[in-house]
Ligand binder design. Structure first.
Ligand code: DAH
Length: 346
């Protein structure tokens, strides 16, 4: 019997289990009422008195070993199951990625928010437009080069030679939304229109065939150029900081008269001159002017009663200045390494 017990002690020490079923088999084989140990204790009664002490000790050792082994196997199993199911409570948490807004959205929201503080609503118009809203009603002459195929993505053209107000195209600017708003609302009108625009340009660091603009429009009685200038000064200071200066340079747009382009003092060098402002101290950010009477008339707004101003700016350009981004293509590639940098902005 002693020999049998010794063999069992050895056997138990080498056992390992992989599943709870195997663990249960171990328990049934050695420790249950019908198991080997139970049998051995039964047999122990028949051991001669002289051997009882020695065999008894061995038997108790076997029992203890079997119990210890059972407990060890059980705890190892629990541990490995926990790890498999991701329940290791001591393990550091997985990094949780929150994503970020696109810089174009961040800047668009900022612009909308600034103008909403001075009473501008937001209006939207279609990206697929007709020539009438994009050009004709905005006082573009029929032969104006902006209508050219080189610039405009046409979807359908009435005639191959001449442009027609019915031609269908992708809008080249958000000024088309001005027309829609004026056709549908009576003054006073105070609205901005952010949106996507399309131009047939070769893609480079400085040009893209898709980009974003925000159009602004204010129509009422007695709106003056001074109102335009003050509104834009307010915007520039909210957007770029309270020490920002602006300057207006005469320019030309078919839909405004007089027209101007607006520069803001360079926020990188504070106007002293640097490579971002090309050593001029100024950065061009938008076009603007007083709405041309022809445009008001074309949209059924009495030009002898009402005046108004309009402005338009490129969101990519503003975001480039704000975040010092030097390649337009980065906005459209959606490279996570680029987008991740805007996590703290909102
Ligand atoms: N639509 C012009 C463009 O795409 C920008 C612009 C200039 C809009 C002057 C205006 C404006 O409303 O008054 O370049």
């Amino acid at each position: 019997m002693l020999q049998k017990i010794n063999i069992l002690i050895n056997e138990i020490s080498t056992i390992s289990v992989k599943t709870s079923e195997e663990l249960e088999l171990f328990r049934l084989k050695y420790l249950s009422k019908k198991g080997i140990l139970s049998d051995l204790f039964e047999d122990f009664r028949n051991v001669p008195v002289a051997e009882k002490k020695e065999v008894g000790q061995k038997l108790n050792q076997l029992k203890q070993n079997a119990l210890d082994k059972y407990n060890i196997l059980k705890s190892e199993l629990v541990l490995s199951e926990d790890v498999n199911e991701g329940f290791d409570l001591s393990r550091p948490a997985y990094p949780y990625s929150t994503g970020s807004r696109h810089p174009i959205s961040i800047v668009r929201n900022e612009i909308t928010e600034i103008f909403s503080r001075i009473g501008f609503t937001v209006s939207e118009g279609p990206e697929i437009e007709d020539d009438d809203h994009v050009f004709t009603k905005l006082n573009f002459a029929p032969e104006h080069p902006a209508r050219d195929m080189q610039d405009t993505f046409y979807i359908s053209r009435i005639s191959a030679e001449d442009s027609s107000p019915d031609d269908i195209l992708l809008r080249t600017h958000t000024s088309s939304v001005q027309v829609r708003v004026m056709q549908n609302q009576k003054p006073p009108i105070r609205t901005i229109s952010p949106g996507r625009v399309f131009r047939n340009e070769a893609i480079s660091a400085r040009a893209h065939c898709i980009f974003h603009q925000v159009e602004g429009l204010y129509i009422d009685e007695n709106v003056s150029f001074a109102d335009l200038k003050q509104t834009l000064l307010f915007f520039a200071r909210e957007m770029f900081g309270k020490d920002t200066k602006i300057r207006l340079r005469p320019s030309y747009f078919p839909f405004t008269e007089p027209s101007a382009e607006m520069d803001v003092s360079c926020r990188i060098c504070g106007g002293k001159g640097c490579n971002v402002c090309k050593y001029t101290g100024w950065l061009e950010i938008l076009g603007c002017g007083m709405v041309h009477p022809n445009v008001l008339d074309a949209c059924n707004i009495e030009s002898n009663k009402y005046t108004g101003f309009a402005f338009g700016m490129g969101i990519e350009r503003l975001a480039m200045l704000k975040y010092q981004i030097n390649d337009l293509r980065l906005y459209f590639e959606n490279d996570i390494r680029f987008l991740d940098q805007f996590k703290t902005a909102f």
